[in-house]
Design a protein around this ligand. Sequence first.
Ligand code: HEC
Ligand code: HEC
Length: 391
Amino acid sequence: MNTILHLLSTFKYMKTQILAYLFLFVFCISSCQKEIKPFYYNTEEEFIANNEGLSDSARIGKLIFFDKSLSEPAGVSCASCHSPMSGFADPSNKAFSIGSTGDAGNRNANALNYMAFAPNRRAEIVRGIWEDVGGFFWDGKAEFLNQQALFPLITAHEMNNISFTNVSSKIKRAPYYPKLEKLFGKQALADSQTIVFYATMCLEAFQRSHQVNQFTSKFDSYLEGKVSLSEQEKRGMELFNDTLKAKCSLCHLSTPTEYASTNKILFTDYSYDNLGLPKNPLQKNLPIDSGLAKFEMNNPLEVGRFKTPTLRNIEKTAPYMHSGIFETLEEVMEFYNERDVNPKFAHPEVLSTMNTEDLGDLKLSKQEINDIIAFMKTLTDGYKPPISSKK
Ligand code: HEC
Ligand code: HEC
């Protein structure tokens, strides 16, 4: 891993690349400001075929995202583990996704929708205390989003390339390579590092696009005044926002996240917490997962803390949590509600940093749990508001 981090930092400081980054950033900001129509699709093929409103770099990024020739051996693309049909999480609903060699890793594939709005990893005041926020992966090990894509390309249990030279020769052979050349110029793509660099830039542009972050849920239509929530969904929303009762919105913010790169509601503050989850029995022979601590010099205060994910499209991204330990939202709710009183949750993987204030014995009734789940299901994209405007 150290070699990778070294490579990443070499990448980070190359001058031309920083300039390109700025270029792309401005590019993205200007295309993000355009009014974009809601985007609905029923199958992955439909999703792939529709490029409406995508910038040139995002279009190339999308081709790279679905390119199965980039793994070693060929056969696995980013979309194999991050499908649009499942909020860009693993469509096989496996706790641990299978990479191109047939091996699996030890974390659940993140849902990629809405994660691109996270700030680069840094400290912010969260609930009154300076905390790490943002960054990418469950433990924040990638500081920037364009760094992130380098990891799966060369991780053995994901796409398994032995080097970036390997990756770049595959990109050179891909049908979209001429488009990459046209966009950035032959000169810019002089060596294997820059080729991979521009490819990750394009991946980033796609992941930041409206196709990955649609804001087309019933909740969004409700905010726009196009539909009302049912009585149950409203009760669920009130409980969700009640910081003394269910307390969800303490971390899954139901107001815009100040330091995120959008002013829309994301249902996360991108902070790191240890919920006191038990170890996934599938991992019983593995050492504990130290989470954020791995990249914070093994700081004991960071052990077992993981990034708070968005809850948008949560209905589609099972299984849940960094270890994929829960298969249903009912199980997630049972855990938040009963962690401290139900013997099956008696053994957290990491006790020392466990959050003992905001969850564990919420005393929610069955009805209240169902109400909160009903509310979470209003966060699924692809909702078509009734044409006869306000109800
Ligand atoms: C074999 C499955 C697999 C493949 C292929 C794969 N990923 Fe992932 N991805 C994962 C897993 C598992 C995680 C969580 C890993 C962790 O946190 O340690 C993850 C995490 C991420 C994250 C972090 C999201 C967040 O919320 O911080 C991003 C972004 C991402 N992947 C993008 C990509 C891109 C881009 C590609 C293709 C170049 C790709 N992935 C290929 C399994 C995969
Ligand atoms: C103290 C902050 C905090 C509070 C309060 C909180 N969550 Fe979470 N939530 C997290 C973190 C952190 C994770 C990821 C934990 C992990 O994987 O180790 C998470 C994960 C989840 C997941 C799984 C997401 C996924 O993609 O796998 C769901 C669903 C969820 N929370 C719903 C809720 C609901 C509903 C409530 C209120 C009853 C709630 N949360 C309260 C911080 C919080």
